[in-house]
Design a protein around this ligand. Sequence first.
Ligand SMILES: NC(=O)c1ccc[n+]([C@@H]2O[C@H](COP(=O)([O-])OP(=O)(O)OC[C@H]3O[C@@H](n4cnc5c(N)ncnc54)[C@H](O)[C@@H]3O)[C@@H](O)[C@H]2O)c1
Length: 396
Amino acid sequence: VTQEVITIGMVGAGSMARAHAMAYAAMPILHPKAPAMPRKIVIADASEELGRAAARRLGFEKGVGDWRQVTDASDVDAVDIVTPPHLHAEIAIRAVEAGKHVLCEKPLALSDAEAERMWRAAQRAGVVHMTAFNFRHVPAVAFAKQLLEEGKIGAPLSFRGSYLTDWAADAAVPYSWAFDARSAGSGALGDIGSHIIDLAHFLIGDVVAVNALTETYIGERRMAGAPEGDPSAVRRVEVDDAVWSLLEFREGARGCIEASRYALGLHNFLTFEIHGAEGSIVFDAENRDVLHAFFRRGPITERGFRRIMTGPDHPHGEALWRIPGMGVGFGDMKVLECYAFIDAVAAGREATPSFVDGYKAARVCSGIIASAATRQWTQIPPMTDTADPRSREAVA
Ligand SMILES: NC(=O)c1ccc[n+]([C@@H]2O[C@H](COP(=O)([O-])OP(=O)(O)OC[C@H]3O[C@@H](n4cnc5c(N)ncnc54)[C@H](O)[C@@H]3O)[C@@H](O)[C@H]2O)c1
């Protein structure tokens, strides 16, 4: 393990701050090729008191109440943004303009226009930028991508992805930023649908058209802790609880996605199925270390789905426990994401998924919202200049 230190400043101290802080601490322990040691310097929360408490709990040297003390700190190399989405753009743009590398949670921004500004600012600044679409780093998902690239299931014909949860299925769940379009941009779509849209992009390629429906099942919610019968504590929910969309891919495949916060009994159920001309792939994040694959070759009597247990020999598998079957959990996924970010920063190379991928997912989310509103197919216009200037230089 190298002695190089990369200093981290974090903004936000909620559930993802816990996950990311854990990953910075665990990555050099779990990953035999840790490219540098992350050092947790400063964390900002919504007030100085909260910031100080978060620093103690999450292992940062200092806690502050103004995020500019993170983006502007001379001793911070990289800024990790784990706030609600409406703050992502302002924080990320200030951070990259101060020369910081940035890891930002999904959805990257409230809209495609905002995501584009973030991406262009990061590109101009020449820093490493990454969107926290963490499922890409799961060995079974990366192995699915490898099977596709090797042509093992032939040309992909169909992609079916879903991310189903039920945390909002109870009207007693209080109003929060996740139900507010001004803080979250959209509902299930940006919150969890963006993960599955990114996987569609990663595994199959660009989405060029969508045809979508959305639904809001619970139209108003009460503020947390508000007394019964107080009408001023009731807020209208303007974002989707569920979304469905058909997808058309540039390379010809077709497919669909579904995301819901009202799928009773399913708490964190992300799945995708890819059917190709020569086989099929099935992934289910509740069994994150397994990939199911079917190959058409061989005697018809011996064909069937294989249950492939991923381990150290699969892509990104070196950070897993030494033998297959020990499980890949949410924490492992965040450790693998942290490795990818720190590795890109240490090597000064482009990270994946980058802000471009966050921007691409935001474009599809905007298309889905427009399609649901108009009940029409909506085209996602082609992008012409997605390459990172450094990779262009590398090619030239
Ligand atoms: N990758 C994943 O699987 C995953 C899972 C959950 C959430 N997320 C994303 O992570 C982000 C954060 O979600 P969360 O679940 O941690 O939310 P959360 O509500 O648990 O935490 C948000 C934090 O931001 C802080 N905050 C609010 N305003 C602030 C300000 N002005 N300055 C500093 N801090 C401020 C809050 O005090 C809180 O500590 C969101 O973009 C969400 O979509 C990603």
